[in-house]
Every structure is written in C-alpha cells, then in structure tokens.
Design a protein around this ligand. Structure first.
Ligand code: PLP
Length: 453
C-alpha cells in the first residue's frame, strides 16, 4: 500500500534528480518506482513499464536476480569494507581484476577501480597525462574527443563530452586542453557517401586535428566504440582500423570508453571485439555489475602501467570506494551468470537479428529519417522532411514528445535529441522485442499525427 501523492510531495521537497528539469517535474510530479523484475519496472500505482533502456544502459542482466543480491550479502557479512591504505588488498578485487584482464586483449593487464563511469574517465585522463610526464614528454597534453560524445558529469568527463548543454551546466567546461572532432555520423555528415569510404573520411578528421595541433602536443584520443547517448551513432567498419593506424602513427594513446558498450551491448562481450580495436586504456562501468551496485574499472595496457609502476613513485589518485568488496563481489557474480548462461552469445544469436529487423522496419516511416543499430543498441532519428533530412526546430522537443507517448503506453524509450534510442536488457525475450517495437511504432505514429507529418 503506497500513498503515491505523499511520496511525490516529499520527493519534490528535498530530492534533486539527475539530468532533470525540476520546474517541469514540479508540474507533472514523478513516478515512484516500487519494484522491478526482469525487464519490467512497476510504480507505486501498479503501472508496469518495459525498460527499453536497461536502466541507463546498465541493467544488462535484467532486474531482481537473487544470486546477485546474495553475493552482495555474503561479501558484506565477510568484509563490509577494505581499508585500502596500509597496503591492504582483498580477494574480491584481486579476483575481479584477474577475471577482467582474462576477458580482455593480452596487452591489457592492469585494473584500477572506481564507482562510476565518470570517475573511470577521470582516472584515465589523469593517467594519460601522468604517463607522458613520466616519459619525459610533458608537452603531450591535448586530449581529442568527439562531438556528441557523453563521458560523464565530473569536470573532465563533462569536458570530454561533446554535448553542448553539458557546457552550460556549470564548472567552466570544457577544461583547457580538450578539443573535439566530428563523429562518424553518416546520416548528418556523409549521407551521399558509401559507408566504407565515409568511415575512412571520418577517421581522417582525427589525423587532420592531430596535424593541426602538432603530434608532439597530442596525448590521447578518447571515444566510445559506438556512441550511445549521442544517438546510437554506429561507425562503418572502416572507421576503427583507420583510427588505430592514425593513433599508432602519431603515438597518440587510444582510450576507449566501453562504459556502455562493454558486457554485451554490441552482441559481443565488448565493443573493441566487435570493431577490432586495441586500446591503450579502457573504461568499463555500468554493465560490469548490471547496475546492481556502482562500480567502474579503468583497464591499463602493459606499456602505460610499466611506466607508472617503474618510474612513478606514489600515484596520488584514488577513491574511498575504489574496489569496494561488495561491488567487486557483485561484478564477479554478474560475470559468472553472463558466462555460464551464455547470455551475450544467446543475445547475439536470438535477439540481435530481431532487434535489427525491428529498427529497420521504420525505414519507410514518414517521420523517421534514419534507422541504425549495433547489437542491442538502436536509434530512430525523427526528421521533419524525410527527403532532405531537415530536423524539427529544437523548441518543438519532438523527441521528448515521442518519449512521453511511449511512456504513456508503458515503454521507456529515450530521446537523445531527436533520435529515439533503445537498449533493452540482454535477457529480453523475442516476444518482448516484438512488444517493444509495437509500442514504439504506436508512439512514433502518435508523434507523427501530433506534428502533422
Ligand atoms: N561513459 C559513457 C559512454 C556513458 O554513457 C556514461 C553514462 O551514461 C558515462 C561514461 C558516465 O558514467 P556514470 O554515469 O557512471 O558516471
């Protein structure tokens, strides 16, 4: 028995939500989540919502798995916290570091833990600059990231992000020394080009930027394998091999943000496996615990780690909750289930084709200009004019309208600008995939009617 209105009043009084227009929220009130199971979340009024986004791209294993809860309880009863000063380590963190490096390419053998994806990016960026300092090349400082990227909300992570509203949100970001290049967004930057050709053209934007700044000044390139919050932007196959070549040529560290793509989103265990990338550093988060507890990892190549360890002395960087035992234990249990139940392999075989077909089924829809997906991440880009690709004016908030239409029908469908994004849990069934696309179609049809398209 819940008194929803009472909870809404108390919610409004004291609790500031992430990424929220609080004035708007005051008018509508919030939904109070009460319970979740599998791919569904119920609110305190008993309404059921299909979580088409896996929380925020994290609940890969679905909600409510008892084994994960029990793994946390067991670890907490044993070791509720590890005092990591005094050279004290613990078994859950050791085992997790070992397990992760076993899943990753041979040259990635060292792991630093934090609680969030934002912090993982902070660690990576401090480490990159520390590396070049220790190498005696302190002038190598500039970080190149991409437009439309989202890497987090702390100062450096927000700076790496290429979403302009992030910059107005306080904190004088982007910080100096961070620059952005265009992203391989073929629908907007190369619609008339063959995908393979466009992939190379888009990768060369990195080379042009490196040459403009001077290779001796560029420390690293940071990117997601495919961009999630940017609006499901999936590069052509030719993009990453060319990026890899360019980074090697100019000795620019390749830093891969796998916070969303890691742990199965692309239909492979990691985005770098899907695209064939060999990064120097890699950030993992979200799906590492399927969202059951906060944990992220920055994984570091032997080349970078050797310099840090042999030349570095103390590295003054770390967090109270680096490698928290309960978080490491739940990550291990999550990875055990993903492995033993072959969740990623089954998703790739049984869900990805149906998901891709569901996305493609909007090709002829008058409101949808572009349909794109990789694995279980997809985007449907709403346009005003399908022939020219002209977008609706920003003030129309067409994406938000569509998202509200979907929510009315019981589906969480996110608007990334005008792109409607889907990232369902890896444990979604084929029938549920069909249900998700049926609701998405109703929401998009209703949006088309509303905007006269
Ligand atoms: N990196 C990527 C690619 C993300 O999408 C996000 C969050 O959405 C982050 C980093 C930041 O992670 P967190 O919200 O855990 O700080």
């Amino acid at each position: 028995d819940f008194d929803t209105q009472d909870w809404q009043v108390r919610d409004r009084a004291h609790y500031l939500h992430p990424f929220t227009d609080h004035a708007g929220l005051r008018q509508t009130g919030s939904r109070i989540a009460a319970h979740a199971e599998g791919i569904h979340v119920w609110d305190t009024d008993g309404n059921r919502m299909i979580d088409g986004l896996s929380g925020l791209g994290c609940v890969n294993l679905g909600y409510g798995r008892r084994e994960l809860v029990e793994a946390v309880a067991r670890e907490m009863a044993e070791l509720s916290y590890c005092p990591s000063f005094f050279r004290t380590s613990h078994r859950a963190a050791i085992t997790l570091a070992e397990t992760l490096t076993g899943l990753l390419p041979d040259h990635l053998n060292h792991v630093f833990f934090q609680s969030s994806g934002s912090e993982a990016n902070e660690t990576a960026m401090r480490l990159v600059r520390r590396f070049w300092d220790l190498e005696g090349r302190p002038e190598k400082r500039v970080i190149i990231a991409r437009e439309l990227a989202y890497h987090g909300s702390t100062h450096m992570a927000a700076s790496l992000s290429g979403i302009p509203p992030m910059y107005g949100a306080g904190g004088d970001v982007p910080l100096p020394g961070v620059v952005h290049i265009r992203t391989p967004y073929r629908y907007r930057h190369g619609r008339d080009m063959d995908p393979a050709e466009f992939g190379v053209v888009a990768a060369r934007w990195l080379e042009e930027k490196i040459l403009e700044i001077g290779p001796d000044r560029v420390a690293a390139f940071v990117a997601e394998p495919a961009q999630s919050a940017g609006g499901a932007i999936c590069p052509p196959e030719t993009y990453w091999p060319e990026i890899q070549r360019i980074c090697r040529k100019y000795d620019v560290l390749l830093v891969l943000d796998e916070v969303v793509m890691g742990f199965g989103r692309t239909g492979k265990w990691f985005g770098h496996r899907y695209y064939g990338i060999e990064p120097d550093l890699m950030q993992l988060g979200k799906g590492i615990t399927s969202g059951y507890l906060p944990l992220s990892a920055t994984v570091i190549s032997d080349r970078v780690a050797d310099v840090l360890i042999d030349k570095g002395g103390e590295w003054a960087h770390g967090y109270t909750y680096s490698g928290h035992p309960a978080c490491c234990a739940v990550a291990l249990e999550n990875i055990r289930i993903l492995t033993e139940e072959r969740i990623v392999e089954r998703a790739e075989a049984e869900l990805v084709p149906a998901f891709a077909a569901g996305i493609r089924s909007f090709v002829d829809h008058p409101l949808i200009g572009d349909c794109r997906s990789v694995g279980l991440m997809g985007g449907l880009e709403i346009v005003r004019d399908k022939a020219t690709g002209e977008a609706f004016p920003y003030e129309a908030h067409v994406g938000d309208h569509c998202s509200a239409e979907a929510l009315k029908r019981g589906l969480a469908l996110r608007a990334n600008g005008d792109t409607m994004s889907l990232m369902p849990p890896l444990v979604t069934t084929p029938d549920q995939i069909a249900e998700i696309f049926a609701i998405a179609r109703e929401a998009i049809d209703a949006t088309a009617r509303h905007f006269g398209a």
